[in-house]
Write a protein that binds this ligand. Structure first.
Ligand code: SF4
Length: 325
């Protein structure tokens, strides 16, 4: 009998999928998509919007000190395992379908003898998709997550310069060993790496299931050395569109890549919830409680893709299916 649990989790699937197995996997994914029907119809019929995707910063702790990241600089309490479970239940009650565990480095979270594996296991019972973002330096193969995103900010020295440590080779080794071609890469474009993004995409073909890009946001306002102004984003976006049309694994949709050339772009931020390490849940823009939200400077392309999907754009729906299920 086909093991749906293994089909659900591509990291645990081994061997060549049989025709029957592939069919079951397809049905399984359609059922996942169906879990969005109620919020989708509520959005279009009554205009009521509940958060469907939550980013949960389970810890601010990190083993790196990246130049562009404000979160490792933050302290404050974080929840123990029981608190985390309560927070997950509150998110589920709000209608959240997709959970992204992030940080800091989420793999560093601990509570007694509990670690992120226990959180993922509990979350799988509450959400249609449970995903992790990681800097890729720590092993993630034992996590029963639907998707893992590994941060890479350029080839070789460029990634290491942004991240502040010579970790590029280690992350690539982990992608080969633990990702096995199924992990996604998340790349934040800034002034240091903007010229090398096409090289990174070419290099990652076959190594990652896809690469999602976003732009660095100036959390502390302007001037910000890493900030690529919207007016200067078009050339790299055009190059990404060209690579995607040639079969390279750019995961953002064509429509979204085109929209990102201008700001403000389509963003229905009420589709999102954000959770702080102390369990505070905020509904709306990723920047709430984290920095001034200036839509004309925004770089969070995932918000645009999600909004386009909820507006019914099939390309963005397909991206959602690929990147979350
Ligand atoms: S700052 Fe970005 S994510 Fe926040 S509401 Fe504006 S466009 Fe959306």
């Amino acid at each position: 009998m086909t093991d749906l649990k293994n089909l659900h989790n591509p990291f645990r699937t081994t061997g060549v999928r049989t025709f029957i197995g592939a069919g079951a996997y397809f049905v399984h994914r359609v059922r996942k998509l169906g879990s969005f029907l109620v919020p989708f119809l509520a959005y279009h019929i009554s205009g009521r919007i509940s958060p469907v995707l939550a980013g949960y910063k389970i810890t601010h702790k990190c083993n790196l000190r990246c130049e562009h990241c404000p979160y490792w600089r933050r302290s404050g309490p974080e929840q123990d395992f029981e608190g985390v479970i309560l927070t997950l239940r509150r998110l589920s009650d709000l209608g959240v379908r997709i959970l992204i565990l992030e940080g800091g480095e989420p793999l560093l979270w601990r509570s007694g003898n509990r670690d992120l594996r226990d959180v993922v296991k509990a979350a799988r019972r509450l959400f249609s998709s449970v995903c992790i973002t990681t800097n890729g330096t720590l092993g993630w193969a034992k996590l029963d997550a639907d998707r893992v995103w590994v941060s890479l900010d350029g080839p070789g020295d460029i990634h290491d310069a942004v991240r502040g440590e010579p970790i590029f080779d280690k992350v690539i080794r982990n992608l080969e060993r633990e990702g096995r071609g199924r992990a996604f890469v998340s790349t934040t474009i800034n002034t240091r790496n903007v010229g090398s993004i096409p090289d990174l995409i070419v290099m990652l073909k076959g190594l990652a299931a896809g690469i999602t890009i976003q732009f660095h946001y100036p959390y502390n306002g302007l001037p910000d050395d890493l900030f690529v102004p919207p007016g200067k984003r078009a050339s790299v976006l055009d190059e990404l569109i060209r690579l995607k049309s040639r079969g390279y694994p750019v995961a953002n949709s064509f429509n979204s890549l085109k929209e990102l050339k201008q700001t403000p772009w389509t963003c229905e931020d009420r589709l999102l919830a954000n959770v702080e390490p102390d369990g505070t849940i905020l509904h709306g823009c990723y920047l709430k409680n984290r920095g001034p939200a200036v839509c004309s400077l925004c770089g969070f392309s995932a918000h645009n893709e999600m909004s386009l999907a909820f507006k019914g754009q099939w390309q963005s729906i397909a991206v959602g299916m690929k990147t979350f299920f």
